[in-house]
Design a protein. Structure first.
Ligand code: B12
Length: 220
C-alpha cells in the first residue's frame, strides 16, 4: 500500500487529524484520486475502528478522535468531490441523519458525492426530527429525500418520517432513499422507501436511477 494511504489509516486510528490532513494532501499531490482515498483508506479504517469499539478494545473518546481525524481528510477532499463539470443541475436532494442519531461521517460522504455528481444538496445535519424534514420538503421542494441512520434503535425513525410525509400529503412529491449500517434493501422495501444505497457509490446510482439520469460525473 502507498505510504500516504498508510499514513492516513494510521492517523485516523491514532486520532491524529494533522497527520491525516497532511497525508491526504500528499496523496492527492502524488496523483491518488479522492475515490481511491475513500475506498482504500477512509472506509476500511472506520470499519476497523467499529470492530475494535464493539470488542471493547477502544472507547467512545477514541472513536470521537478518529471521527475528527476522518473529517480532516473529508475536508481536504470536499472541493474535489463537489467539483462538477455539469452546468445543468440534476435535481435537489435533502439529506439528514434521523432523530436520536448523531452519526454523520457516512451521511457527509454521501452528501459530498451527490454534490459532485451534479445535485444541489441541502444538508439538515444530525438528529433531525420528522417535522424538520417536512419543513425542508415544503421549503426546498426536493426531488429526493435521503435519510441516514447507523443505529438499530434509530432506523425505525425512517418509518415515522415517511408516515409524517404521507400525513402531510407530500408522499408523491418526493422520492425517499435510505442508508446506513443496519439498513438493508429488504428494510427499505418494507417501510416503503423508493431506494436504498449500501455505500456512497450506490447512493449516486440509486439517485440517478430514480431520476432517470445515469450520466453522472463519477459515472458509476
Ligand atoms: C464513528 C462512530 C461513532 C461516533 C460518531 C461520530 C460522527 N461524527 O459520526 C460516536 C462516538 C459519536 C458514536 C456514538 C455512538 N455509537 Co457509534 N459508531 C461509530 C463507528 C465506529 C463508525 C461509523 C462510521 O462513521 N462509519 C464510516 C462511514 C463511512 O460508514 P457509514 O456511516 O456506514 O456510511 C456509509 C454507508 O452506510 C452509506 N450510508 C450512510 N448513510 C447513508 C444515507 C443514504 C441515503 C445512503 C444511500 C447511504 C448511506 O454510505 C456511507 C459511505 O459509504 C460505527 C462502527 C461502524 N462499523 O459503522 C459505530 C456504531 C455505528 N456505533 C454504535 C453505537 C452502539 C454507538 C453508541 C450507542 C455508543 C454508546 N454506547 O453511546 C453512540 C450513539 C450516539 C447516537 N445517539 O448516535 C454501534 C451501532 C450498533 C447498532 N447496530 O445499533 C456501531 C455499529 C459500533 C458497534 N460495532 O457496536 N459512534
Amino acid at each position: 500500500m502507498d505510504v500516504c494511504l498508510k499514513k492516513i489509516q494510521d492517523g485516523i486510528i491514532d486520532g491524529n487529524a494533522e497527520l491525516v490532513k497532511n497525508s491526504t494532501e500528499q496523496a492527492l499531490m502524488q496523483g491518488i484520486d479522492a475515490d481511491m482515498i475513500i475506498r482504500t483508506a477512509l472506509i476500511p479504517t472506520m470499519e476497523k475502528i467499529g470492530k475494535e469499539f464493539k470488542a471493547g478494545d477502544i472507547y467512545i473518546p477514541d472513536v470521537l478522535m478518529s471521527s475528527r481525524a476522518m473529517h480532516a481528510s473529508l475536508y481536504v477532499l470536499k472541493p474535489l468531490l463537489i467539483e462538477t463539470n455539469q452546468s445543468k443541475k440534476k435535481g435537489i436532494v435533502i439529506i439528514g441523519t434521523v432523530a436520536g442519531d448523531l452519526h454523520d461521517i457516512g451521511k457527509n460522504m454521501v452528501s459530498m458525492i451527490l454534490q459532485g455528481d451534479g445535485y444541489d444538496v441541502i444538508d439538515l445535519g444530525i438528529d433531525v426530527p420528522a417535522a424538520s424534514y417536512i419543513s425542508a420538503i415544503l421549503r426546498y421542494k426536493p426531488d429526493i429525500l435521503a435519510m441516514s441512520a447507523l443505529l438499530t434503535t434509530t432506523i425505525g425513525e425512517f418509518k415515522n418520517v415517511i408516515q409524517a410525509i404521507i400525513d402531510e400529503g407530500l408522499r408523491d412529491r418526493v422520492k425517499i432513499v435510505v442508508g446506513g449500517g443496519p439498513v438493508t434493501q429488504d428494510y427499505a422495501d418494507e417501510i416503503g422507501a423508493n431506494g436504498y444505497g449500501k455505500d456512497l457509490f450506490e447512493a449516486i446510482e440509486v439517485a440517478n436511477k430514480l431520476l432517470g439520469n445515469k450520466e453522472g460525473y463519477f459515472n458509476v
